[in-house]
Design a protein. Sequence first.
Length: 507
Amino acid sequence: MAEQKPVLEMKGITKVFPGVKALSSVDFRLFKGEVHAIMGQNGAGKSTLIKVLTGVHRQEGGEILLDDRPIHPDSPLAAQKLGISSVYQEVNLCPNLTVAENIFAGRHPTRAGMIDWKTMSARSEDLLKRLNVSVDVTRLLSSYSIAIQQLVAIARVLDISSKILILDEPTSSLDDSEVEQLFKVIRSLRDEGLAIIFITHFLDQTYQIADRITVLKNGELIGEYRTEALPKLELVARMLGKELSEFSQSPTAAAERTGEAAGRDAGALLAVKDLGLRGSIAPFDLALNRGEVVGLAGLLGSGRTEMARLIFGIDGASQGEVHVSGRKTAIRSPQAAMMAGMGFCSEDRKSEGIFGDLTVRENIILALQAKNGAFHHLSPRRQQEIAEEMIKSLAIATAGAGSLARQLSGGNQQKVMLARWLATQPMVLILDEPTRGIDVGAKLEIMELILDLSRRGMGVIFISSEFEEVLRCSSRVAVLKDKAKIAELSGQDLSEETIMRTIAGGN
């Protein structure tokens, strides 16, 4: 593809939120007739960049050029009028309206002051034929699959005569055949000259569909690359913000702990067999022994959290089974998981973890009270005893059990979440990103707590975006990619380089 003039240029884009620099002088180019993927880990700035482009946010610095002319979209509607349209993972259409009504919502063709239903249906069929889709456009949108709904959303965008199409995680809920159907449409639109921005966490899909890749990390531009010139291993390294030479190539201390774990009472606490959920994560096996830490490693969107939620019963599995202490156990809810001796710390501390307006004591006893049931209320005295015991054992820095949780630092809030589950005396503890958003000192304290819990015989499943942290704590590591478990590493294979090469598909 010849290096013609970009249809879109974003130069030196800077966006600041209170206390956070979300984008720092980021450049981005998009050419006519190409699919350009934007890749990056959590907090990289992908969503913020797109929101600046579509008028959701106004940047503090930089400029946007469309066909070499400055533009200043102040709303998604303004961006749409300029020819910039988006289709999101969660289809923003009305399932209670017909396909045709969704395509022409707000723009219905009229005749003699009335909606011209015949013309609307005919034009809808023509637009969908352009996408190789043949459906009854008079049926409700809700009667069709998510894949068809996304194509309907694209058809609506095409009728608005877009120059630029933004596809944000369009394949997250699709199966392989639906992804291939969508990719055929994307390739066809690209060949017609449409400029397409493709945002995804799926590494393999990026290489199937993208002509060019821009990598962001912590709000900064790492680089822009032709897809064929960027090996997968190099892409993984750049997404993590490192050079390949910086990654440890020799086994870490975690490899030594493989023997330690095997030397303990290696009774199987948890055995997951062929557990999966269509559209969420492919079926997987996972075993966890007494006194063992098993790490889950992968890039953002690889399926780590989905695996944890499935094991703990937050999401209902469509197949497979779970065995706890050798017995098949139906884990159909978090309550059932708690009763089976499991605990779970969510990665989302703010909305799924800490209750800021409750006291430290109230936060700590929540899970235990839920496990006991509404008719076995813990007395105020017992609540205070449990809270004080946990505050002391985890060295939680607080003025007292009666302090509000929101007054604590991020690291101490994380300890309160740990205390909540330790109060239930679980056999298995699932920790999803327990060190995210806390300082280095607090991270080290949390990791030492994890190792101490394993030494006492607890089984821990540990998730972290930082491979170094996973290796520091784990005696085995399950590697995930594109919503599937692809490998399990132990012993001499426990190194950052091996994890990276496994994710990239190398040897």
